[in-house]
Design a protein around this ligand. Structure first.
Ligand SMILES: [Zn+2]
Ligand SMILES: [Zn+2]
Length: 128
C-alpha cells in the first residue's frame, strides 16, 4: 500500500486505486446532488415582466412619498409612466396620495368629494 495526498482535501490517505482522492472526499463527491433545478428556467420570462411592473410601481410609490406635492402629470413625466397606468393603480387603491398633494386627488364617483385613492370616498363606501 502507498500513501498519497488527496487532491481534494490535501490529507494523506492510503491509496489503493482510482482517482487520487481519499475515501471521505470520494463519498462526499459522489453524494453531491446536482443543484440546478431546470424548471426555474422556463418561468424566467414571466417572472421578469411581473418584477419590472412591481419595480416600477415601487418607484412610483417612492416618488409620491418623496415628492409629496407631485401631481399625476409630474409623476408621469418623472417616472416615464403613462398617466393611464397611474389612474389604474389609483382606482385599484394600490396607489395613494399624501395629504399634501391635494391637486392630484380624485373626486368621489358618487358625491364628488376629494379622495386620495379608489373610486368612492369613505362616506359613500360606508353607505354603499
Ligand atoms: Zn480528501
Ligand atoms: Zn362620496
Amino acid at each position: 500500500m502507498e500513501l498519497k495526498v488527496c487532491k481534494n482535501c490535501k490529507r494523506l490517505f492510503q491509496y489503493i486505486y482510482g482517482p487520487e482522492i481519499c475515501p471521505d472526499c470520494l463519498k462526499n463527491l459522489s453524494h453531491k446532488e446536482p443543484d440546478k433545478p431546470e424548471e426555474e428556467l422556463s418561468n424566467t420570462n414571466v417572472t421578469k415582466s411581473i418584477n419590472s411592473e412591481l419595480e416600477l410601481f415601487d418607484k412610483v410609490k417612492e416618488y409620491i412619498i418623496t415628492h409629496r406635492k407631485a401631481t399625476i402629470s409630474d409623476i408621469s413625466l418623472a417616472m416615464d409612466v403613462p398617466p393611464k397606468r397611474l389612474f389604474e393603480w389609483i382606482r385599484e387603491e394600490r396607489l395613494e396620495f399624501s395629504d399634501d398633494s391635494r391637486d392630484a386627488w380624485f373626486t368621489c364617483e358618487r358625491c364628488g368629494a376629494k379622495i386620495k385613492s379608489g373610486r368612492l370616498c369613505n362616506r359613500c363606501k360606508d353607505n354603499r
